[in-house]
Design a protein. Structure first.
Length: 267
């Protein structure tokens, strides 16, 4: 009798253990599976380490503007002609370089993952053919003034910006610089108590953006120039955005565009 009770007790224990195991397996199969943590994405590690030099003299070209077209990547070369574009993804890039006195040049560059391209980029200097300087008794007769007006005409033919010629200035008979700029699209004049300021409406900062001023090739303050008399002004160039502004008039901190004024005294 005792042996039979012990046998029944063992069978009961085995059955209970099997039932508990089956329940645990069922609960485990119903619990959500947590995927293993994924590795963080790799940061782009390709890059370009370049040096810009003059094709003829092999001297470094400092202050050149370097851009990867189609991307926000921009930069300038230093005094040794060097520049760096780091943290790039693998792919094909169009590198464009601009510098005063040189033609705009572009290179097609292909980068693999983690590749750092170290290359020298040569710029071809522009060929200038200067006419003989002839002085004919006073300002405006020839020489530097005539050369500046020829350059003015060349930029006007390129179609970038707004240009006011000497003939237009004479026809409008403006009292001051603000009168000259009153009807130029993309500009806003704010005048109060006889003092005027000029604001660009197409610049990087939108309304309220004040342009740089260049007078006879030299940068000037914009604080009071719009209210100055227009006597002696022979031409005006208005570049309403940074992208419109030629490099020769562009400063590194320019975000608004530039107004260029030419006078008889600068001839």
């Amino acid at each position: 009798m005792v042996s039979r009770l012990r046998l029944n007790h063992s069978l009961f224990a085995l059955g209970l253990s099997a039932a508990l195991g089956s329940t645990a397996r069922a609960q485990a199969s119903q619990s959500p599976q947590i995927p293993p943590p994924s590795a963080p994405p790799l940061q782009p590690s390709a890059g370009i380490v370049g040096r810009i030099i003059d094709q003829q003299s092999q001297h470094p070209v400092g202050g050149a503007r370097v851009a990867l077209l189609g991307t926000p990547r921009r930069g300038d070369s230093d005094s040794t002609g060097r520049f760096t574009q780091a943290g790039l993804a693998a792919g094909t890039y169009l590198l464009q370089v601009r510098a005063i006195g040189y033609g705009v040049t572009s290179w097609l560059i292909e980068l693999d993952d983690g590749q750092v391209l170290d290359q020298v980029f040569e710029l071809a200097p522009l060929a200038y053919s200067l006419s003989p300087v002839v002085v004919e008794g006073g300002p405006g007769g020839g020489g530097i003034g005539a050369q500046r007006m020829r350059s003015f005409g060349e930029r006007r033919r390129e179609g970038r910006g707004v240009f006011i010629t000497q003939e237009q200035i004479k026809a409008s008979n403006p009292a001051n610089v603000a009168d000259l700029l009153r009807d130029v699209p993309g500009l806003r004049l704010l005048c109060r108590a006889g003092q005027c300021t000029v604001q660009m409406t197409r610049g990087a900062r939108g309304s309220g953006c004040q342009p740089d001023w260049v007078v006879d090739g030299l940068h000037a303050t914009y604080s009071s120039f719009p209210s100055m008399p227009a006597v002696g002004i022979v031409a005006v160039e208005i570049y309403r955005t940074v992208s419109e502004t030629p490099l020769q008039f562009l400063r590194t901190d320019n975000v608004c565009g530039t107004i260029v004024v030419w006078t008889k005294s600068g001839s």
